[in-house]
Design a protein around this ligand. Sequence first.
Ligand SMILES: [Fe+2]
Length: 135
Amino acid sequence: MPTFTWNDSYSVNIKILDEQHKKLFTLIDQLHNAMSTGKGKQMIGQVLDEMLDYTRTHFTTEEDLLKKHNYPDLLKQQKEHAAFVQKVSEMQQKFNNGSLTLSIEVSQFLKDWLSKHILGADKQYAQFLTEKGEH
Ligand SMILES: [Fe+2]
């Protein structure tokens, strides 16, 4: 049973971004489950790769939409995104070379980061994009 699930309180009122956020919740939940049920390193590595890949895709979609409308706080979004990608890429490298064991703290960090980012920085563009006619 998923423990980390998207609900309406995370909605930014933009269909594609909500869908991508949902998928990220699912991937982080899968990673958490793979770790907590003692799945092999290869499987955990695959889910981590997929999560990071999808995160990059999502950030690009989001930033492109914000750029299209000259969103005034774009830089804040880009900085938060870049810091997250860097941190997770480092985790991925350390995991791949064996110097990091993915633990519950890691999946907890991912969950906390995503929740805070959506409820903070992302919610801030919701009304702006709605007023620009995006939905
Ligand atoms: Fe964002």
